[in-house]
Each structure stands twice: as structure tokens, then as C-alpha cells.
Ligand binder design. Structure first.
Ligand code: AKG
Ligand code: FE2
Length: 302
């Protein structure tokens, strides 16, 4: 069950709004319709929420080629890290899913932004057995529990991680809506509405604040005017939970358990590009993107 207290903290933190919890699928669908963040936190409704674990993955997708990332600091990617650490966390290595699982290395990640189960209107062949279950989320296959029509689905990404990982605050630059299924383990998520861009030092779709900016918010340490003016929402996603992140909402994600498995369904909002206002850029320091660019180049050679 999702917890509306901020993750891992003893109690509610002033200024941190809990993401509303839907207690029925009807309520959850209503929030999606209304474009407001929401977490569905009841019993599992789709078969993949029950079956997807390490042994199942070994048996049904063990030979799948995946793109593994490892970070010396567990952070992907903290702009305040040293340039070599950033470079290392940007590097990726192709391995089989079985090899990745055998490694059991903390701070490693398969990212849903490069491990696709479904993309460009096509099921990715090596994940077809998982798709057999994953498609239940769609109206065409899932009966009364389904949440979205196939015509709106853009991409399904698969995430697998070992503990202690934090992901950079960003909005999904496809401008899609996001249904995030927590299948195993736990994640803690801070979310900010698109209009908070002014306070997030945005460069492209990312926030260039150091991760400590967000740690501080989670713990109620609002030291700067920008921290005080943001409108953070928090949720602790537990096994079986489904989170709706509306298009353009910023999210800062921490992977908590020893093994975390997620699937993200990105789906179209139904609005045209003209109707959707992208958050603006508020970064005033050109050295930060410069540093990231150098790290990106180094990641090819380190
Ligand atoms: O789980 C994560 O680290 C990030 C998730 C995310 O950014 C997404 O689902 O769009
Ligand atoms: Fe994202």
C-alpha cells in the first residue's frame, strides 16, 4: 500500500503534500481524466503484478539483451557530482538480463528509458512473453480493469535496479502521461507541478539542482527561497501500487529496496503540442550544462 507520509520519514513533513490515494479503479481513472497525480493502492489487478519476479524473468526473458548502467555514487545523474563520476554513471554496457541478475551489484540499473517492451506501435520481440501479461492494462485486452486504449500508448519501459539509486529530477520530455507500476521493491517519489519550473533550475527537461536540494525538501529543510516556493508532492510507492504522473510533472525518484522492478506506461494526453505548454528554462549558470556535456563526452572513453 502506498504511504502518503514522505518515504522513510517518521511522520508528515510540513509543506510536503501527499499524492492523493485512490481506493478504487474508478477513482483512479477519474484522476487520470482530470490530469491530477494519484496513486492506486489496493490489491493487484493485473497478472504481471503477481508473477513478475526474478525467477520469472530468468525463465521467460533471461536471454534478452539489456543496457546496464552503474553509478559510483548511486546517482543518475547529480549535477553536483564530480565530472568523472557523472561520466561513469552515463556509461552503459550491453549484457543479457541473466548476466545482469547474476551480478547482484548495488547501484546498478536497467532504465525504462532504454529497455523497451513496447515502442513505435510494436511489441519488442524479446519481451513478448512479458507483453502477454503487460497488455492487460489496455482496453483491448484487459476487460473491466483496463486503464488506457492501445491507440494512446506510446512506450512501455522496464526498470530493474539494485538498492540505493536516485534519478535526476525531470519531466518526461516526450510530454506523455505516465503510469508507473511498482511491481517489486519500493520507490520514494517527489513530484512538482509544471509551473514550478521557475524554482527548479531547469535545463531542457531536467532540474540542475544538486540532489541535496531534493533531500532537504523531503526532510523539511527548506533553506532557500526556491525550496520554500515549490509545491512538492510525495509518495512512497510500494509493491502493487500504480502511480499516475501527469504530463510535464517533474519527478525525483529514489529506489529503496534490494531489488526494485517497475514498468512505466507512457501514453498520449490527447492534446496537441500547441495546447501543451512546456515548462520553461530557468537555469542561469551555463557551466552546469557544460560540465554535463564534458561528462557525456568522457563517458565514451572512461
Ligand atoms: O524510476 C526511476 O528512476 C525514474 C522513473 C521515471 O523517470 C519514469 O518512469 O518516467
Ligand atoms: Fe521520468
Amino acid at each position: 500500500m502506498a504511504s502518503s507520509n514522505s518515504g522513510g520519514l517518521a511522520g508528515p513533513v510540513p509543506g510536503l503534500k501527499p499524492v492523493p490515494v485512490a481506493t478504487s479503479l474508478a477513482e483512479f481513472r477519474e484522476a487520470i481524466q482530470q490530469n491530477t497525480p494519484c496513486v492506486y493502492s489496493k490489491e493487484a489487478v493485473f497478472s504481471f503484478q503477481e508473477i513478475l519476479d526474478e525467477p520469472w524473468l530468468r525463465n521467460h526473458a533471461g536471454e534478452s539483451k539489456v543496457c546496464m548502467r552503474a553509478s559510483p555514487t548511486g546517482k543518475f545523474v547529480d549535477p553536483s557530482d564530480g565530472v568523472f563520476n557523472i561520466a561513469k554513471s552515463l556509461r552503459s554496457k550491453h549484457v543479457s538480463l541473466k548476466e545482469f541478475l547474476d551480478l547482484k551489484q548495488p547501484g546498478t540499473l536497467l532504465s525504462g528509458t532504454d529497455t523497451y517492451i513496447f515502442t513505435k506501435n510494436t511489441v519488442v520481440e524479446q519481451w513478448s512473453e512479458l507483453w502477454h501479461h503487460a497488455k492487460e492494462v489496455l482496453d483491448e485486452y484487459g476487460g473491466e480493469n483496463a486503464l488506457i486504449p492501445l491507440s494512446r500508448l506510446s512506450t512501455v519501459g522496464f526498470w530493474l535496479s539494485r538498492n540505493g539509486i536516485q534519478s535526476m529530477t525531470h519531466y518526461d520530455d516526450s510530454l506523455a502521461n505516465n503510469l508507473n507500476f511498482q511491481i517489486k521493491g519500493k520507490k520514494e517519489i517527489l513530484m512538482f507541478p509544471p509551473q514550478n519550473w521557475e524554482h527548479l533550475k531547469t535545463f531542457k527537461a531536467m532540474s540542475m539542482h544538486p540532489f541535496s536540494f531534493f533531500d532537504d525538501i523531503k526532510h523539511g529543510r527548506l533553506k532557500s527561497i526556491h525550496q520554500q516556493r515549490c509545491q512538492p508532492h510525495v509518495v512512497e510507492l510500494k509493491e502493487g501500487d500504480i502511480l499516475f504522473i501527469p504530463s510535464r510533472w517533474f519527478h525525483f525518484v529514489e529506489h529503496v529496496d534490494d531489488l526494485n522492478i517497475n514498468m512505466t506506461y507512457w501514453f498520449k494526453t490527447g492534446l496537441s503540442d500547441k495546447e501543451m505548454k512546456k515548462p520553461k528554462q530557468s537555469l542561469r549558470n551555463v557551466f552546469i550544462p557544460l560540465k554535463l556535456t564534458v561528462a557525456f563526452l568522457l563517458s565514451y572513453f572512461s
